[in-house]
Design a protein. Structure first.
Length: 43
């Protein structure tokens, strides 16, 4: 558990904005925001 916290803190310091996605990406869904397609098709 302790090692995981250290790794996450290092990742948070290295990448600008941390390891979270933007609120807009969260709202529309990561499948569409990052991959450009929907994971589920509702007909």
């Amino acid at each position: 558990f302790g090692v995981t916290i250290v790794i996450l803190k290092v990742m948070d310091a290295v990448w600008p904005g941390g390891i979270r996605v933007t609120p807009k990406e969260e709202e529309i869904g990561l499948d569409l925001a990052q991959h450009g397609e929907r994971a589920y098709v509702n007909e």
